[in-house]
Design a protein around this ligand. Structure first.
Ligand code: ADE
Length: 227
């Protein structure tokens, strides 16, 4: 999978994309992430990428031309399955959508900054608008990093079988069961006996039950979705 990220503040993306599972995915050539500095496509000698709002109002708006030039250049090189704009007024990201997007070949993720982007960019280019939640961040870079992280771990071959993303919370609309590691007894706080029983089937049943109970207690709305 190839993901092109368009950003006015590309440095914000470097660290989140360079460690752990995303690093491994890129090393294995299962994922290629290319971060584009929008400023390189800015207008005039100041490489302008934002301007005042028509009609007045505070905050600068990202201009259409630099973004259009870059997107058209990328589209000239390959077909993109989706051009995604990270924005708090998009629809909220879900595991189901991540699963769907992880099967795509080429994606563009556009990060807004300042007040946002000229509406015409959304009209002309954007095919999907995604929010990571009902709160406002300073820009789309951290949301884009979150999206890339969720997609990276879903690409076949990135995780080994044992830590497969299929066992993540939300994959069955269920939260994960509690997990424990050594010591089995920490100052009297013991792990559930069943986990020491060595009985695979019983442990699996216990985990299923715990996942269900935890979901019922904390996120009953997920169970409602299943009906
Ligand atoms: N940009 C700013 N806030 C955002 C959010 N909540 N989701 C996606 N992009 C954003």
């Amino acid at each position: 999978m190839r993901i092109d990220i368009i950003s006015a503040v590309p440095d914000l993306l470097i660290s989140p994309l360079s460690h752990s599972i995303l690093k491994r995915a890129q090393k294995k050539n299962l994922l290629k992430v290319v971060v584009h500095n929008l400023r390189d496509y800015g207008l005039g000698k100041h490489q302008q990428i934002d301007d005042y709002q028509f009609g007045g109002g505070s905050g600068m708006v990202m201009m259409i031309e630099p973004i259009a030039t870059l997107i058209n250049k990328l589209k000239g090189d390959r077909h993109y399955d989706e051009i995604i704009y990270m924005t708090p007024d998009g629809h909220q990201l879900s595991q189901g959508e991540c699963n769907y997007l992880s099967l795509k070949k080429n994606l563009i993720i556009l990060c807004g900054h300042y007040k946002g982007i000229d509406e015409r960019i959304r009209d002309i280019f954007v095919t999907k608008e995604i929010s990571i939640g009902d709160y406002v961040l300073s820009g789309g870079e951290l949301p884009a990093a979150i999206l890339v992280d969720t997609l990276g771990r879903l690409i076949p071959g990135v995780l080994n079988d044992e830590s497969s993303a299929l066992f993540d919370s939300f994959q069955d609309n269920l939260l994960s069961a509690p997990i424990y590691t050594r010591p089995a007894d920490y100052k009297g706080h013991k792990i559930p006996d069943i986990l020491l029983s060595g009985h695979k089937k019983k442990i699996e049943d216990w985990r299923d039950e715990q996942a269900y109970l935890r979901t019922k207690e904390r996120r009953p709305d997920l169970l409602d979705d299943n009906r």
